[in-house]
Design a protein around this ligand. Sequence first.
Ligand code: NDP
Length: 478
Amino acid sequence: MVVLNYINGKMQEAVSGLQLDNFEPATGNVYGHVADSDSADVQLAFEAANAAKSNWANTAAEEKFKWLNALADAIDADRENFAKAESRDQGKPLWLARNEMIRAAQNFRFFATAAMQFASESHAMENKAINYTLRQPVGVVGCISPWNLPLYLFSWKIAPALAAGNTVVAKPSEFTAATAHLLAETCIKIGFPAGVLNIVNGLGPKVGQAMVEHRGIKAISFTGGTSTGKHIAATAAPMFKKLSLELGGKNPNIIFDDADIEKALKTTINTSFLNQGEICLCGSRLLIHESIYDKVKNRIVEEAKKLKVGNPNNDDTRIGAIVSKPHFEKVLSYIELAKEEGGQILTGGAALNPEGCESGWFIEPTIIEGLGPKCRINTEEIFGPVISLLPFKDEEEALQLANATEYGLAATIWTENLTRAHRLAANLEFGIVWINCWLLRDLRTPFGGAKSSGVGREGGWEAMRFFTEPKNVCIALS
Ligand code: NDP
């Protein structure tokens, strides 16, 4: 597959003609190419988006609803093809990619209805005046997404941006651009209006940076690492560009002694290792009450050993390949660091060469104990199938350990004591708290992180507000 840019309704090579190799994580082989674009391509995409801006902003909400629904229907109709492309490109198990394609379609469908229902406020001043707030599209906006949940997160940004009446210049991660390419082909197939959505492929420091620097691109919605987020914020701030930053996490998963332990374990195995641990919401720090520490430890180790690591196409595979060689090496280097810091590896801890995928990038699900809260393993984001266990003696210590990182994306609590659950939820410094569940998502709720995990919120009206500019109009009544 050659992943091309989609600009002004057409597939096109990068202006430079350059391409990047695209690797299949399960084999480590090059299986395609991706346009290696630069600022010239971003400029073309901007011009197309700018030319389409006024028409799309003035398109009736019902028409926008129809277009976004048409994209959702087309993804649903071609789900298997999308899922296979996603799994091959990213390394995730095919069954998981199928679920994510359902969610990608839902994102378009959800924001299709938002286009119809979004409304704004009015504020009456007794007999003096009435204010009403117009929420107008921002204009041309930029959407930059990472490699872990490629189409799922790409559509999570594009859909509200379009629903709110903006035209879009978007960049998927160059590691995982295949499904964005299929989406572009789908746009062409269904006759999606040219220039409304434009996709530019290539490297972050070239394409992403050019988008952030472009004065005509009025807002940037970014999901990715915290250090990239910092760089983007520093570039965009002097231009007073609107920014939504969804960044990294070091999420605690807290199990109290009064929890339904079997239920907690069943979910915790996913919280720890789903998608090879490459979900920003994964719980990489498992905090366990000291009275049940050994029991939970033994059970989680037992369950982790059962997880089959291997060919993403096999139905019984639970852990697929790590997305790229550099990331594979980074995760392994953290396992080495855990040993240097004095941690004990309870299970896993090594790369694997599963049958049929001998040269791919696979890592065993790895569980570490014996490291204090200040160790790098417990403070830095690893973003792989690696978790660390920490015991706590009481609620106060659990809270203190949970909050002891610069990150604040998501926390999970397992307890049957609802008073404690509410108390903790109020005091955890995280944007999202799950109680006795994990990854349960209502698309209307605010989504995002506190502290170094981000700025702003996505989801529901939050996203529609981000992608619109409020303007207050005050009319005197006398
Ligand atoms: P990166 O920050 O490396 O990249 C994210 C995107 O930004 C990619 O498309 C990347 O392009 C691009 N990019 C890189 N440099 C720049 C730049 N200077 N200007 C503009 N864009 C740039 O993150 P990863 O792709 O490695 O994704 C993993 C990270 O994403 C993890 O930290 C994870 O926690 C976070 N994440 C956060 C989520 C949240 O909702 N809070 C959800 C999912 C992931 P390229 O790929 O070419 O480098």
